[in-house]
Design a protein around this ligand. Sequence first.
Ligand code: GSH
Length: 226
Amino acid sequence: MIIYTLPLSSYGNKVVLVLAAKRIDCELRPPPGGLYSETYRAIVPTGQIPALVDGDLQITESEVISEYLNEVYPDPPLLPADPKERARSRFFSRFHDIRLEPHVRNLFWQVPLKKRDLAVVDHNLDIINARLAELGRLATPAPYLVGPRLTLADCAYPSTLMYLDLILGAMGREAVYPEVIVAWRRTLAADPLVRSVMEPHAKAGAEWLAAKTAEGSERSAIHGAG
Ligand SMILES: N[C@@H](CCC(=O)N[C@@H](CS)C(=O)NCC(=O)O)C(=O)O
């Protein structure tokens, strides 16, 4: 089994966290030729990361990859047994992918000083803060998002919120986190598994930010086009 990803990839990080939680020994490979290259598209037609290749199965979409891994490697389970709790876990994953992350992604474009448009930053930050407030009303961490253990519901947020704080910090702005979300983030930050996966990822993110801030306006191959 091969996972195509890059150290900077936030959705890749979610899958790496799932692999770590299940102690799956699996090869992580950068996309040959780069994202969207013809070489990579010959293997992964969407050209995106993360991607999983397992024999004749080739899939993208981190949530689909994560659910596949959860079924093939059931221990420890990363979805709750109870159907209502499973639905809640899936809801928080979708909320991240559809409602929150796209606005964080819009901020990536605003990192290079030369092309920063503060009106765009503020517009997206307003939406992000509204989404975080919704998350605060929806979440009842116990102490993970859905129950006493890490589930797929938790797995995408550490990277996205890390990037959010990193980027806003460089812009002299900060997001407004409801108290309940602050407490949940503390749980994630204290989890040795999450820490071990986030440490190299956060380092890659900080290096990216430093290089990107000084750069011109070209779109990067990652934190760019997706
Ligand atoms: N919905 C997809 C999003 C995947 C995605 O956007 N991946 C980014 C890297 S984190 C990517 O391939 N971006 C292409 C680019 O930035 O050029 C998922 O959950 O896997």
